[in-house]
Ligand binder design. Structure first.
Ligand code: ADP
Ligand code: MG
Length: 271
Protein backbone atom coordinates (compact mmCIF):
# COMPACT_ATOMS: atom_id res chain seq x y z
CA UNK A 1 0.00 0.00 0.00
CA UNK A 2 1.48 3.38 -0.89
CA UNK A 3 1.39 6.36 1.44
CA UNK A 4 -1.67 7.94 -0.16
CA UNK A 5 -3.65 4.70 0.06
CA UNK A 6 -2.54 4.18 3.65
CA UNK A 7 -3.76 7.64 4.59
CA UNK A 8 -7.02 6.96 2.78
CA UNK A 9 -7.52 3.66 4.61
CA UNK A 10 -6.75 5.29 7.96
CA UNK A 11 -9.40 7.93 7.39
CA UNK A 12 -12.06 5.31 6.71
CA UNK A 13 -11.23 2.96 9.58
CA UNK A 14 -13.12 3.21 12.80
CA UNK A 15 -10.70 5.49 14.58
CA UNK A 16 -10.47 9.15 15.52
CA UNK A 17 -7.65 10.77 17.44
CA UNK A 18 -6.24 7.30 17.93
CA UNK A 19 -9.31 6.22 19.89
CA UNK A 20 -11.67 3.51 18.74
CA UNK A 21 -15.04 5.12 17.98
CA UNK A 22 -18.13 3.23 19.16
CA UNK A 23 -20.84 5.75 18.26
CA UNK A 24 -20.43 8.34 15.54
CA UNK A 25 -23.12 10.93 14.86
CA UNK A 26 -22.65 13.07 11.77
CA UNK A 27 -24.70 16.13 10.87
CA UNK A 28 -27.99 14.68 12.09
CA UNK A 29 -31.14 16.68 11.42
CA UNK A 30 -34.63 15.99 12.74
CA UNK A 31 -37.84 18.00 12.66
CA UNK A 32 -41.25 17.34 14.10
CA UNK A 33 -44.07 18.85 12.06
CA UNK A 34 -41.79 21.48 10.56
CA UNK A 35 -40.20 22.32 13.89
CA UNK A 36 -36.45 21.64 13.76
CA UNK A 37 -35.36 19.78 16.89
CA UNK A 38 -31.91 18.59 15.79
CA UNK A 39 -30.12 21.04 13.50
CA UNK A 40 -26.94 19.36 12.38
CA UNK A 41 -25.60 17.45 15.36
CA UNK A 42 -22.21 15.77 15.17
CA UNK A 43 -20.55 13.92 18.01
CA UNK A 44 -18.66 10.75 18.71
CA UNK A 45 -18.18 8.43 21.63
CA UNK A 46 -15.10 6.23 21.90
CA UNK A 47 -15.22 2.62 23.02
CA UNK A 48 -15.46 2.49 26.85
CA UNK A 49 -15.96 6.25 27.02
CA UNK A 50 -18.70 7.95 29.03
CA UNK A 51 -20.21 10.94 27.24
CA UNK A 52 -22.58 13.13 29.24
CA UNK A 53 -25.13 15.14 27.30
CA UNK A 54 -26.42 18.17 29.16
CA UNK A 55 -28.78 21.02 28.35
CA UNK A 56 -32.16 22.50 29.13
CA UNK A 57 -35.42 20.70 28.69
CA UNK A 58 -36.51 20.83 25.06
CA UNK A 59 -33.01 21.21 23.63
CA UNK A 60 -33.21 17.87 21.76
CA UNK A 61 -31.24 15.53 24.03
CA UNK A 62 -33.81 12.71 24.14
CA UNK A 63 -34.44 12.97 20.41
CA UNK A 64 -30.73 12.56 19.74
CA UNK A 65 -30.50 9.47 21.97
CA UNK A 66 -33.62 8.03 20.38
CA UNK A 67 -32.08 8.38 16.93
CA UNK A 68 -29.19 6.13 18.03
CA UNK A 69 -31.67 3.47 19.12
CA UNK A 70 -34.08 3.49 16.15
CA UNK A 71 -36.82 5.04 18.26
CA UNK A 72 -36.65 8.06 15.96
CA UNK A 73 -35.49 8.30 12.39
CA UNK A 74 -33.25 11.22 11.47
CA UNK A 75 -34.31 13.30 8.46
CA UNK A 76 -30.68 13.57 7.40
CA UNK A 77 -27.22 12.64 8.61
CA UNK A 78 -25.48 9.44 9.54
CA UNK A 79 -25.16 7.47 12.75
CA UNK A 80 -22.88 4.48 13.12
CA UNK A 81 -22.48 2.11 16.04
CA UNK A 82 -19.23 0.14 16.05
CA UNK A 83 -18.78 1.13 12.42
CA UNK A 84 -22.20 -0.09 11.29
CA UNK A 85 -24.65 2.41 9.85
CA UNK A 86 -27.78 2.71 11.98
CA UNK A 87 -31.13 2.75 10.30
CA UNK A 88 -30.29 2.98 6.66
CA UNK A 89 -28.11 1.46 4.06
CA UNK A 90 -26.31 3.86 1.83
CA UNK A 91 -26.53 2.45 -1.67
CA UNK A 92 -24.68 4.70 -4.05
CA UNK A 93 -25.88 7.85 -2.33
CA UNK A 94 -29.40 6.53 -1.80
CA UNK A 95 -30.66 5.97 1.72
CA UNK A 96 -32.47 2.66 1.98
CA UNK A 97 -34.27 1.65 5.13
CA UNK A 98 -33.04 -1.41 6.89
CA UNK A 99 -35.09 -4.54 7.13
CA UNK A 100 -36.93 -5.05 10.41
CA UNK A 101 -34.65 -7.98 11.24
CA UNK A 102 -31.55 -5.77 11.02
CA UNK A 103 -33.24 -3.07 13.08
CA UNK A 104 -33.98 -5.59 15.84
CA UNK A 105 -30.39 -6.76 15.86
CA UNK A 106 -29.04 -3.21 15.92
CA UNK A 107 -31.39 -2.28 18.74
CA UNK A 108 -29.98 -5.12 20.79
CA UNK A 109 -26.52 -3.60 20.45
CA UNK A 110 -27.78 -0.34 21.94
CA UNK A 111 -29.20 -0.64 25.44
CA UNK A 112 -31.42 2.07 26.84
CA UNK A 113 -32.23 3.08 30.40
CA UNK A 114 -35.09 5.51 30.80
CA UNK A 115 -36.25 7.85 33.52
CA UNK A 116 -39.15 5.46 34.20
CA UNK A 117 -37.81 1.97 34.59
CA UNK A 118 -41.00 0.10 33.61
CA UNK A 119 -40.34 -3.18 35.36
CA UNK A 120 -43.13 -5.71 35.61
CA UNK A 121 -44.17 -5.22 39.25
CA UNK A 122 -45.51 -8.76 39.66
CA UNK A 123 -42.28 -10.38 38.43
CA UNK A 124 -39.12 -10.78 40.47
CA UNK A 125 -35.94 -8.84 39.76
CA UNK A 126 -34.37 -11.88 38.08
CA UNK A 127 -37.52 -12.64 36.07
CA UNK A 128 -37.66 -9.07 34.77
CA UNK A 129 -34.10 -9.37 33.52
CA UNK A 130 -34.47 -12.87 32.07
CA UNK A 131 -37.44 -12.01 29.82
CA UNK A 132 -35.63 -10.34 26.92
CA UNK A 133 -32.63 -12.72 26.76
CA UNK A 134 -35.07 -15.65 26.58
CA UNK A 135 -37.19 -14.05 23.89
CA UNK A 136 -34.61 -12.22 21.81
CA UNK A 137 -31.46 -14.23 22.35
CA UNK A 138 -33.07 -17.64 22.62
CA UNK A 139 -31.56 -18.53 25.97
CA UNK A 140 -33.00 -21.40 27.98
CA UNK A 141 -34.78 -20.69 31.24
CA UNK A 142 -31.71 -21.79 33.24
CA UNK A 143 -29.26 -19.83 31.08
CA UNK A 144 -31.40 -16.70 31.30
CA UNK A 145 -31.68 -17.08 35.07
CA UNK A 146 -27.91 -17.42 35.39
CA UNK A 147 -27.37 -14.34 33.20
CA UNK A 148 -29.94 -12.40 35.25
CA UNK A 149 -28.16 -13.20 38.50
CA UNK A 150 -24.78 -12.28 37.01
CA UNK A 151 -26.26 -8.98 35.79
CA UNK A 152 -27.75 -8.30 39.23
CA UNK A 153 -24.29 -8.86 40.70
CA UNK A 154 -22.98 -6.07 38.47
CA UNK A 155 -25.44 -3.62 40.04
CA UNK A 156 -24.97 -4.95 43.57
CA UNK A 157 -28.41 -6.55 43.85
CA UNK A 158 -27.75 -10.30 43.59
CA UNK A 159 -29.25 -10.76 47.07
CA UNK A 160 -32.55 -9.27 45.84
CA UNK A 161 -32.86 -11.61 42.84
CA UNK A 162 -36.13 -13.16 44.03
CA UNK A 163 -37.73 -9.98 45.35
CA UNK A 164 -40.79 -8.77 43.45
CA UNK A 165 -40.08 -5.56 41.59
CA UNK A 166 -42.95 -3.85 43.40
CA UNK A 167 -41.19 -4.50 46.71
CA UNK A 168 -37.99 -2.77 45.64
CA UNK A 169 -37.22 0.91 46.22
CA UNK A 170 -37.16 3.25 43.23
CA UNK A 171 -33.36 3.24 43.29
CA UNK A 172 -33.24 -0.55 43.37
CA UNK A 173 -35.77 -0.74 40.54
CA UNK A 174 -33.62 1.53 38.40
CA UNK A 175 -30.59 -0.65 39.21
CA UNK A 176 -32.58 -3.69 38.05
CA UNK A 177 -33.41 -1.77 34.86
CA UNK A 178 -29.68 -1.17 34.34
CA UNK A 179 -29.01 -4.89 34.95
CA UNK A 180 -31.76 -5.71 32.45
CA UNK A 181 -30.01 -3.57 29.83
CA UNK A 182 -26.62 -5.12 30.66
CA UNK A 183 -28.00 -8.63 30.27
CA UNK A 184 -28.43 -7.99 26.54
CA UNK A 185 -24.67 -7.40 26.37
CA UNK A 186 -25.03 -4.17 24.42
CA UNK A 187 -22.15 -2.40 22.74
CA UNK A 188 -23.32 0.89 24.17
CA UNK A 189 -25.74 1.91 26.90
CA UNK A 190 -27.83 5.05 26.57
CA UNK A 191 -29.26 6.65 29.70
CA UNK A 192 -32.02 9.27 29.45
CA UNK A 193 -32.17 11.12 32.77
CA UNK A 194 -31.93 7.89 34.76
CA UNK A 195 -32.17 9.61 38.14
CA UNK A 196 -34.67 12.37 37.39
CA UNK A 197 -37.70 10.43 38.63
CA UNK A 198 -36.06 9.33 41.88
CA UNK A 199 -36.38 10.76 45.35
CA UNK A 200 -33.18 12.70 46.07
CA UNK A 201 -31.96 10.19 48.64
CA UNK A 202 -32.03 7.40 46.03
CA UNK A 203 -30.06 9.22 43.34
CA UNK A 204 -26.64 8.44 44.77
CA UNK A 205 -26.95 4.64 44.65
CA UNK A 206 -27.97 4.72 40.98
CA UNK A 207 -25.14 7.07 40.03
CA UNK A 208 -22.78 4.79 41.98
CA UNK A 209 -23.91 1.80 39.93
CA UNK A 210 -23.53 3.77 36.70
CA UNK A 211 -20.02 4.68 37.68
CA UNK A 212 -19.23 1.03 38.46
CA UNK A 213 -20.63 -0.05 35.07
CA UNK A 214 -18.48 2.61 33.39
CA UNK A 215 -15.43 1.32 35.24
CA UNK A 216 -16.20 -2.16 33.89
CA UNK A 217 -15.56 -0.65 30.44
CA UNK A 218 -19.10 -0.07 29.17
CA UNK A 219 -19.51 2.65 26.54
CA UNK A 220 -22.19 5.03 27.82
CA UNK A 221 -24.02 8.13 26.61
CA UNK A 222 -25.81 9.73 29.54
CA UNK A 223 -28.35 12.54 29.45
CA UNK A 224 -28.23 13.98 32.94
CA UNK A 225 -28.58 17.07 35.06
CA UNK A 226 -26.14 15.58 37.60
CA UNK A 227 -23.17 17.73 36.71
CA UNK A 228 -21.05 16.41 39.58
CA UNK A 229 -21.44 12.93 38.13
CA UNK A 230 -20.55 14.27 34.68
CA UNK A 231 -17.48 15.99 36.05
CA UNK A 232 -16.22 12.87 37.79
CA UNK A 233 -17.15 10.13 35.34
CA UNK A 234 -17.44 11.62 31.83
CA UNK A 235 -14.61 11.58 29.34
CA UNK A 236 -16.53 14.14 27.33
CA UNK A 237 -19.39 16.53 28.05
CA UNK A 238 -21.67 17.87 25.32
CA UNK A 239 -23.77 20.95 26.00
CA UNK A 240 -26.79 21.11 23.75
CA UNK A 241 -29.12 24.02 23.11
CA UNK A 242 -31.84 24.52 20.48
CA UNK A 243 -30.87 21.39 18.58
CA UNK A 244 -27.16 22.07 18.27
CA UNK A 245 -24.13 21.13 20.33
CA UNK A 246 -22.86 24.46 21.56
CA UNK A 247 -19.78 23.13 23.30
CA UNK A 248 -18.06 19.76 23.66
CA UNK A 249 -14.93 18.68 25.46
CA UNK A 250 -13.50 17.27 28.66
CA UNK A 251 -15.57 18.03 31.78
CA UNK A 252 -12.91 20.36 33.20
CA UNK A 253 -13.33 22.54 30.12
CA UNK A 254 -17.08 22.45 29.52
CA UNK A 255 -18.19 22.44 33.15
CA UNK A 256 -15.44 24.41 34.83
CA UNK A 257 -14.07 26.74 32.15
CA UNK A 258 -16.78 26.94 29.47
CA UNK A 259 -15.84 28.93 26.39
CA UNK A 260 -19.37 29.93 25.49
CA UNK A 261 -21.53 32.32 27.44
CA UNK A 262 -24.57 30.04 26.95
CA UNK A 263 -22.73 27.09 28.47
CA UNK A 264 -21.55 29.26 31.35
CA UNK A 265 -25.10 30.41 32.07
CA UNK A 266 -26.41 26.84 32.07
CA UNK A 267 -23.62 25.41 34.18
CA UNK A 268 -23.71 28.17 36.78
CA UNK A 269 -27.46 27.68 37.18
CA UNK A 270 -27.27 23.89 37.40
CA UNK A 271 -24.17 23.18 39.49
P1 ADP B 1 -34.95 17.19 25.73
O1 ADP B 1 -34.78 15.73 25.91
O2 ADP B 1 -33.66 17.94 25.61
O3 ADP B 1 -35.84 17.80 26.77
P2 ADP B 1 -36.52 16.46 23.43
O4 ADP B 1 -35.61 15.81 22.46
O5 ADP B 1 -37.39 15.60 24.24
O6 ADP B 1 -35.67 17.46 24.33
O7 ADP B 1 -37.47 17.47 22.67
C1 ADP B 1 -36.99 18.51 21.84
C2 ADP B 1 -38.17 19.18 21.17
O8 ADP B 1 -38.79 18.28 20.29
C3 ADP B 1 -39.24 19.64 22.15
O9 ADP B 1 -39.72 20.87 21.70
C4 ADP B 1 -40.30 18.56 22.03
O10 ADP B 1 -41.56 19.08 22.30
C5 ADP B 1 -40.15 18.14 20.59
N1 ADP B 1 -40.53 16.74 20.37
C6 ADP B 1 -39.88 15.67 20.85
N2 ADP B 1 -40.45 14.53 20.43
C7 ADP B 1 -41.50 14.89 19.66
C8 ADP B 1 -42.50 14.17 18.91
N3 ADP B 1 -42.51 12.83 18.89
N4 ADP B 1 -43.41 14.90 18.24
C9 ADP B 1 -43.39 16.25 18.24
N5 ADP B 1 -42.48 16.99 18.91
C10 ADP B 1 -41.55 16.33 19.62
MG1 MG C 1 -35.44 14.49 27.43
Amino acid sequence: MNAANAADAASTTNTANGADVMVRIENVHKSFGGLPVLRGVSASCARSEVVCLIGRSGSGKSTLLRCVNHLEKPDAGRITVDGELIGYEDRGGRLVERRERDVERQRRDVGMVFQRFNLFPHLTAAENIALAPRKLRGLSRAEARELAVASLERVGLADRRDAYARHLSGGQQQRVAIARALAMEPKVLLFDEPTSALDPELVGEVLGVMRAVAEQGMTMIVVTHELHFAREVAGQVLFMEDGVIVEAGPPEDVLVRPRHERTRAFVSRTL
